[in-house]
Design a protein around this ligand. Structure first.
Ligand code: HEM
Length: 273
């Protein structure tokens, strides 16, 4: 993440092979990650265990044509993708959500009222999700203001005209969730945190491409359903037990890296409810 951000700051005009400190740190980080992942794969292969998790499912998967399984490198690539695409994104969505709730006590009160009413003190389950409408609107609104992925790109496979623009083959077009999600053309009080706006059918009414935290088209996020489920369940579980207050002197700075993350984290104090 830091490496990508340093490239961005230099307009992507740096030599990746050059032994600059950030390039060296990046290569060290990749080998630390590889060591960890290959160790997990080796241990699982040696033990022959099948706890039914994603790793054992991927190990059991067979190519329909030639019956082969995944190589260690393929498994490593899948695991690295899931760590970045699956963990980092939802973690950021939840971090921004806690910040927004701490900054908007009215929304926090409404969330807590819903949790009391629906759960009455017990832990949430998947069956509760349809009733946790405000909690779900909190996540939707948080991803509007702080989209965990704030920029996606598409490369034109052939010359194409879009509106008034001619886009030549090979040209990369960037689409920004951050820009669209903050557009006053589509959102009243666009910079305000108002989960209520999602309680009606706003999401259905918006033109395609206005709200797209998970991207769109054939390469839309494969984890969308899972991410929404886990984000709402984690939010409900933690919010039921704790209230978070921001540490006043800690500056929160959005860092538009591969994901949109708080550059120096978000510091909070936890109060048990
Ligand atoms: C709040 C959480 C998440 C957000 C905001 C998010 C966002 C995105 C976005 C914007 C894309 C690119 C889509 C495009 O180019 O149109 C993407 C792709 C992807 N996401 Fe997620 N994601 C989240 C959670 C997850 C989870 C939980 C998983 C897996 C368990 C996951 C796995 C993937 C994968 C594998 C891709 C690549 C799909 C492809 O290229 O076909 N994501 N995600």
């Amino acid at each position: 993440m830091n490496w990508f951000d340093s490239k961005r700051r230099q307009n992507f005009l740096i030599w990746e092979w050059f032994p600059r400190p950030e390039n060296i740190r990046y290569r060290n980080a990749i080998s630390a990650m590889d060591d960890t992942i290959y160790k997990i794969i080796r241990q699982r292969r040696e033990s022959g265990e099948d706890p039914g998790d994603l790793l054992s499912m991927m190990m059991a998967a067979r190519d329909e044509d030639d019956g082969s399984g995944m190589s260690d490198q393929q498994l490593r690539d899948e695991i690295a993708t899931l760590m970045l695409a699956g963990h980092e994104t939802t973690a950021n969505a939840l971090s921004w959500t806690w910040m927004l709730l701490a900054q908007n006590p009215d929304a926090e009160v409404k969330l807590h009222e819903e949790l009391q009413q629906v759960l009455q003190g017990r832990s949430p389950t998947i069956e509760d999700l349809p009733q946790l409408r405000y909690a779900s609107a909190v996540i939707t609104e948080s991803m509007r203001l702080y989209p965990p992925v704030s920029l996606v790109g598409r490369e034109a496979v052939e010359d194409v005209e879009v509106g008034d623009y001619f886009i030549p083959e090979g040209c990369v077009v960037m689409l920004s969730q951050w820009v669209m999600h903050h557009s006053p053309k589509y959102f009243d009080a666009a910079d305000a945190f108002q989960p209520e706006r999602w309680l009606g059918d706003l999401e259905k009414q918006l033109p395609r491409g206005v709200y797209f935290p998970f991207g769109d088209g054939p390469r839309i996020c494969i984890g969308k359903g899972f991410a929404l489920m886990e984000a709402v369940l984690i939010l409900a579980t933690v919010a039921q037990q704790y209230q978070m207050k921001l540490v006043p002197e800690h500056k929160i700075i959005p860092q538009p890296s591969i994901t949109l993350r708080p550059e120096h984290g978000i510091q909070v104090t936890l109060n048990r409810r």
